[in-house]
Ligand binder design. Sequence first.
Ligand SMILES: [Zn+2]
Ligand SMILES: [Zn+2]
Length: 336
Amino acid sequence: MKIAVIDDDKITIKKTDDIKLDRRMGAVVKVLGCGLCGSDIVKFREKISPNGTVLGHEIVAEIIEINSSADFKPGDKIVTSHHIPCGQCIFCKSGNVSMCKHFKSTNIMPGGFSEYVFLSEEHLLNVAHLLPENLDEIEGSFYEPLGCCVRAVHRAELRENSTVLVVGLGSIGILMAQALKAFGMNVIGCDLLSERVDLLKNFQIDAINSSDFDKTQKYIFEKTDNYGVDAVFMTSGADKAIDFALKMVRNGGKILVFASTPKNFGYPNNEIYYRELTVLGSYSPAPSDLKESLSLLCTGKVKVKGLSTVYNFDNIYKAFEDTISNRILKAYIKIS
Ligand SMILES: [Zn+2]
Ligand SMILES: [Zn+2]
């Protein structure tokens, strides 16, 4: 079978042995396609993952061979995510499932950018679902990334009708803004690229180009009786965005961190203290967040049609390049 691996500064296609189920519990699935996640880009570009790594986890797949107590059969089209919490440890019991050791150690093998993948019994029982009939494969590939956004909305524990500023309107920003709206928030999105601002407006969500700081601040403050927004959701990893968030959030407000920053700058202590700010992070989704994600996609409360640019598997490196250069919003790699 073909796999795509990190190969120094490139992603290359290689051949490797087919996966056999043998007597294992679980399933061998044929990957129909896999979304390219921002975290894949970070792992590749910052050389966090070694050569030979198969990236990708936002898969839509067809079951080929299965030995499981879960209710799937060969031929079923499914969506799945890659990590499963143990449910028993201090992190799981405290609701921080994505910090669970088991969560971090579980994965789909060898990775989503592969013709075939092995899913364990745990995957099938906890995070795999049938692809709903009203969703196409590309829409289904948003199951995991939207799950991350659902988790972030829950983590922030906002009151209904809170005004939330989403900073950065890449694919995650677009999903996040729609998820916040679905949960009853007043959402404003901002980005430096006009086409992304326009894209969010197409989803009937308020958006502003934030390249002019004064104009943006005036706009935000007029919308919030001069208080600033109740929460800022940071889907942008630019260092400058931190200062921007501090200037847009109201006293006592929340900043939800949803992106890494290259220079690892922090939020200033005294701003947090004197202004009673809450700064919190949100990482990877729990099985319950993923279920909600699928229902938001299914009911059309979050729309993803047309967000992805499709690449053939052999062109996967081009998908990485185009994502890095912001030429596209989101790549979907069609694998079979
Ligand atoms: Zn992802
Ligand atoms: Zn755990």
